[in-house]
Design a binder for this molecule. Structure first.
Ligand code: UDP
Length: 391
């Protein structure tokens, strides 16, 4: 018997895999729905709306793709993002097409030639790396991109300068020396035809899985392996040989080393009486407004409707009790804090393994359990590896 905390993509994957191996699983979530921040719903216009912002599934991992594809068919959506730069909607990641769109022809050609000469074709260069260049033209380009794509967007998104984040964060959207306008180049990419929630409903639909919503870990913590006066399992006990915890690791330990910071988001969902609001599923506003981007949901599945739904995305600090955790803020300071929790978790896990009669092993995973900026595929990959470890 395994108890899993959190019915998001991580917890649901682990639940399904363990159930298929014959384990009985109880999965709990404090929210009233499954799917965590991947949750979506179909609105009155027949449009699938992602309640926590736009989610595009992409991976190079065949095992992950095969696993999730057992629960859905895919719309072969290839994500393309444009950003409003100098009054034009240019491809992001900034690529050779973007260069030709924003600069006069001669200058654009010189920059293209230099990029090809210096880095080669089909190469991704993180902006912080491009800024290290000595070449005057490339330095001009790097500064332009830094200023127009990264600086203000990152301020809005993280309340930090790009240099004050782990380079992997801005490295997610590198300058791309290519004419490929897609946001992701992964082999497998798409939007689930019936939405993400339908995937999770199918995943959890297994005789060995019990789902309890609106249930906080602290509500059931005292019931886990609870004994009656005679040392037997109490009638209301929740039997567990292991706990898989995809909630926030700092919360599990009552914030004893301090609170791990997160960014949250607020979405303004607007419906318009017109066929389309914008040209792409996502338009970024790296230089303007207080929102970072606008998502238009009907693009994802090519839905036909006279109306359209969009979300304006406003980043904000995560505040306990007020909003939800979206993004761990990955930098050295926060990583050091997380390491304290991780060390404690590892020590406790070892102790539990050494004394299985009296202690239950607790495994942390997922964005909140590992304090890692996992994409959906990486969350699945991590849950798969954990199940291997536990089972
Ligand atoms: N970023 C940016 N400008 C953009 C797009 C991204 O500065 O137009 C930076 C920003 O710091 C952002 C990070 O790159 O948080 C990663 O972007 P991504 O689109 O991968 O973020 P997600 O979709 O996970 O919110």
């Amino acid at each position: 018997m395994v108890v899993i905390i959190g019915a998001g993509i991580s917890g649901n994957t682990a639940a399904r895999l363990l159930a298929e191996q014959g384990h009985h699983v109880t999965i709990i979530d404090k929210r009233s729905h499954i799917g965590g921040n991947c949750y979506d719903h179909w609105d009155d216009n027949g449009i699938c709306v992602h309640d926590y912002g736009t989610h595009i599934f992409h991976t190079d991992n065949r095992q992950v793709w095969d696993f999730i594809s057992r629960f859905t068919k895919w719309y072969p959506f290839q994500h393309k993002v444009r950003g409003l730069i100098d009054g034009q909607l240019v491809p992001i990641p900034f690529n050779l097409n973007s260069i030709h769109q924003v600069f006069p022809a001669k200058l654009a050609q010189r920059l293209e030639d230099k990029l090809l000469e210096t880095f080669g074709y089909n190469i991704k260069v993180p902006i912080l790396k491009l800024r290290e260049t000595d070449d005057e033209d490339l330095r001009f380009l790097a500064d332009y991109i830094y200023r127009n794509i990264f600086s203000f967007y990152t301020q809005k998104q993280w309340d930090l300068n790009p240099e004050d984040l782990d380079p992997a964060v801005t490295g997610r959207v590198p300058v791309y020396i290519s004419k490929d306008n897609r946001y992701f180049q992964n082999r497998y990419q798409g939007i689930p035809l019936e939405g993400y929630t339908a995937i999770f409903e199918k995943m959890l639909d297994h005789p060995n899985i019990t789902v309890r919503l609106k249930t906080k870990f602290e509500d059931i913590r005292h019931l886990i392996n609870k004994t009656d006066g005679t040392g037997n399992l109490a009638s209301d006990a929740l039997k567990a040989d292991a706990i898989l915890y995809s909630g926030p690791i700092d919360e599990y330990y009552s914030y004893e080393f301090g609170e791990l910071p997160y960014r949250s988001e607020r979405f303004d969902f607007l419906t318009f009486d017109r066929e389309y609001f914008q040209s792409e599923a996502v338009i970024n506003y790296p230089n303007n407004y207080t929102f970072t981007r606008i998502g238009e949901y009907k693009h994802f599945l090519g839905t036909k409707s006279d109306r359209t739904v969009v979300s304006y995305e406003y980043p904000e600090p995560f505040i306990r009790g007020k909003n939800e955790r979206y993004y761990p803020i990955v930098n050295d300071t926060n990583q050091a804090l997380y390491s304290q929790y991780k060390a404690k978790a590892e020590a406790e896990l070892e102790a539990a393994k050494a004394n299985p009669e009296n202690k239950i092993p607790v495994y942390f995973f997922g964005r909140l359990g590992d304090y890692k900026y996992y994409d959906m595929d990486k969350a699945i990959e991590r849950a798969m590896a954990l199940v291997e470890e536990v089972a």
